[in-house]
Design a protein around this ligand. Sequence first.
Ligand code: PLP
Length: 410
Amino acid sequence: MITINENYLKLQDSYLFSTIAKKVEEFSKNNLDKKIIKLGIGDVTMPIAPAVIDAIHTAANEMMHKETFRGYGPEQGYAFLREKIAECDYKKRGIDIQVDEIFVSDGAKCDTGNIGEIFGTDNVVAITDPVYPVYLDTNIMAGRAGEYNDKEEQYENIVYLPATAENNFVPELPNKKVDMIYLCLPNNPTGTVLTKDQLAKWVEYAKVNKAIILFDSAYEVFISEENVPHSIYEIEGAKEVAIEFRSLSKTAGFTGVRCAYTVVPKELKAYTKEGKEVEVNKLWNRRQCTKFNGVPYITQRAAEAVYSEEGQKQIKENINYYMENARIILEGLNEAGFEVYGGKNAPYIWLKVPAGYTSWEFFDYLLEKANVVGTPGVGFGKCGEGYFRLTAFGSKENTIEAIERIKKLV
Ligand code: PLP
């Protein structure tokens, strides 16, 4: 008899985006004259930079000729791209990352989801709350989460680290020993960041406790403030305790093209039950070589072009466009008297819903009265209740109009 991985049965159904879609569909059916503005989804809207498109064309043409055709590539990524990453994302910031510490992939979602495979299932996992759901769900699948407690709305074996206005979105260090810590900075959904000193405390915790930090910096390119680390490796000693995930999805509009990378430093060690040190880089390399056949050559050439002078200029224009939207949202909501967070180093604005509303009630209210769609904070975790996420990925015109409508409500 074929049996299943019963951990999958422990997953809570995710109704967040399907419920939003259903509510929006229902509303628009009954209000055909209303223009709905969607500031809910976390997908980019600006087209790919021309320099990147040129590289895609060139690479596609190479496939046409016997001399330049490419078949299977290296599972870890082509040297031309890994070298560019090492140079532009690290060396330029004074960080020494070797080419063979970089693993090119088709997404930070896959990498943050798959990384758990190389670690024991008895490790204790800490996640911030609210959180990008992949970290939690993949650990439930792996059997690290234990049973779901309906009353607590939490899994028994997960250590939740609240990040709310009360602690200024700086989660406290765990009050029990944990082994795997997921940090997403700049944060989705709150748009908040940690300073170097604040992040250094986590690195220190991981060192003392022989834990690992899984550092998701998919939104690094949006950082505008000084003293916000662009990479966890800016913190001394972090190479011994952290894996870093980066993505071109939001950086360069690659959500459909698909390219990301993961850095696994060679200094990083994990342990056998007997306490023997093992190089994590070797394990991840083995895992990728066995289960992954690399990112398409054409995509990697596209990614390489992101790092060209032209590419950088063009992607920065898009980032500036989104961050101008973020500024409009942030300032507009501030003027309207909302408590607002994020939006300075991330394309997400996290607002406190008015007193008396749950985050879903505020969703309904905003949809009905302003015809604006956002994302209820509770969809990202229990501590997201009472908050609401707006994204800066819409058009400038729609963003301005949405904020004007919200201002009129108060
Ligand atoms: N990490 C975070 C925090 C995200 O918000 C997202 C996408 O929304 C991802 C990773 C996924 O990135 P990718 O498109 O590279 O899979």
